[in-house]
Ligand binder design. Structure first.
Ligand code: TRP
Length: 332
């Protein structure tokens, strides 16, 4: 079976966009077709200003939600990055394989660093090196496929380069992973700004539905979605992004076709109302399952303990081999 690795950053509350775009596919397809590792990458949350209590809370919440949406610890390995020391052990070796200029060229780092400097500040050194940590996350497990969006494509390219370079210099140690595009799911847009993705980091809350939002809050956000100008209801993602977004969401909830659904509505209000109810029903079982899991912290702890144990076993031999390969003295 193909080995795959996915990382979730505990930097914000998971959203409807995360669910329909990725998590639902992980639960329904990925964990069945592949040997899947799902990792809450808490160390990555420390690369920007952070509040310790919030990171702790969001990490726990991410794990609980991943279970609530249907990840099954008997079918996949679910764990927290900082519980498995192999990630940071390998990241250091990878820093010794990466060049400073290739890191300084990475687009995401440059954007963030420039932005901070324009305000007279700076960024954490770990923000510069976090793509190396990401490479270690992936390479430690012999991962064959990683599904990444455009934002992370450059970091996966770096991962492939580092793996290839390491193998050439020190002997074949790592699998060079392939990038795959997220196949299942839809790209849900911000309800207030349908030209951008509904993301965890979007500052304004009104356009973002969170998985744990109460039904009333979901209704309010969907009913408050921005309207496009124009009399008839058509599915036109470029010209009418707000309408298309609602149709996409409604279709994703019910398994229909957005274009056909457009023909079934003659008012924007009716479309919003049905979409709101569909999302409430979609999220209801997730919220209920989440509440059950919160009431059973011992179970979640045991999942994490087992997950970390399994992950460690998978990663350690390869990371040990890498330590030997670069010339470090074995313990004996
Ligand atoms: N860097 C990714 C992000 O910013 C998160 C991440 C960390 C990741 N390690 C990973 C994603 C490994 C895929 C594979 O979102």
């Amino acid at each position: 079976m193909t080995r795959i690795f996915s990382g979730v950053r505990p930097t914000g509350h998971l959203t409807l966009g995360d669910y329909l775009g990725a998590l639902r596919g992980w639960a329904d397809e990925e964990q069945h077709r592949a040997e899947a590792l799902f990792c809450v990458v808490d160390l990555h949350a420390l690369t920007v200003d952070h509040d310790p209590a919030r990171v702790r809370r969001l990490s726990r919440q991410a794990v609980t939600l991943l279970l609530a949406v249907g990840l099954d610890p008997r079918r996949c390995t679910l764990f927290v990055q900082s519980h498995v020391a192999e990630h940071t052990r390998l990241a250091y070796l990878m820093e010794c394989v990466a060049d400073d200029d290739e890191m300084l060229r990475l687009a995401r780092y440059r954007e963030k660093a420039e932005c901070a400097r324009a305000r007279g500040g700076s960024v954490r050194l770990s923000l510069l090196t976090c793509p190396v940590l990401m490479a270690a996350d992936i390479l430690a497990y012999g991962t064959e496929e990683v599904s990444v969006d455009e934002d992370q494509a450059q970091h996966l390219e770096l991962t492939r380069n580092l793996a290839t370079r390491f193998n050439q210099r020190y002997g074949r140690t790592f699998v060079v992973p392939k990038a795959t595009r997220p196949v299942v799911g839809v790209r849900v847009r911000d309800l207030q700004d349908p030209t951008s993705a509904m993301g965890t980091s979007h500052a304004r809350g009104a356009g973002v539905v969170h998985l744990l939002d109460e039904a009333e809050a979901v209704r309010e956000k969907v009913m408050g979605a921005v309207a496009d100008a124009g009399p008839d209801l058509v599915y036109d993602p470029a010209g009418r992004p707000g309408t298309a977004n609602l149709l996409d969401v409604l279709a994703a909830c019910g398994g229909g076709d957005p274009e056909k659904l457009a023909g079934a509505y003659d008012s924007y209000g009716a479309l919003k109302k049905d979409t709101a109810e569909a999302v409430v029903e979609l999220l209801r079982p997730v919220r209920e399952r989440h509440a059950e899991l919160v009431a059973d912290p011992g179970y979640v702890d045991s999942v994490l303990r087992d997950g970390a144990g399994r992950a460690r076993e998978m990663a350690r031999p390869r990371v040990d081999a890498a330590y030997r390969g670069v010339g470090l003295l074995p313990v004996g």
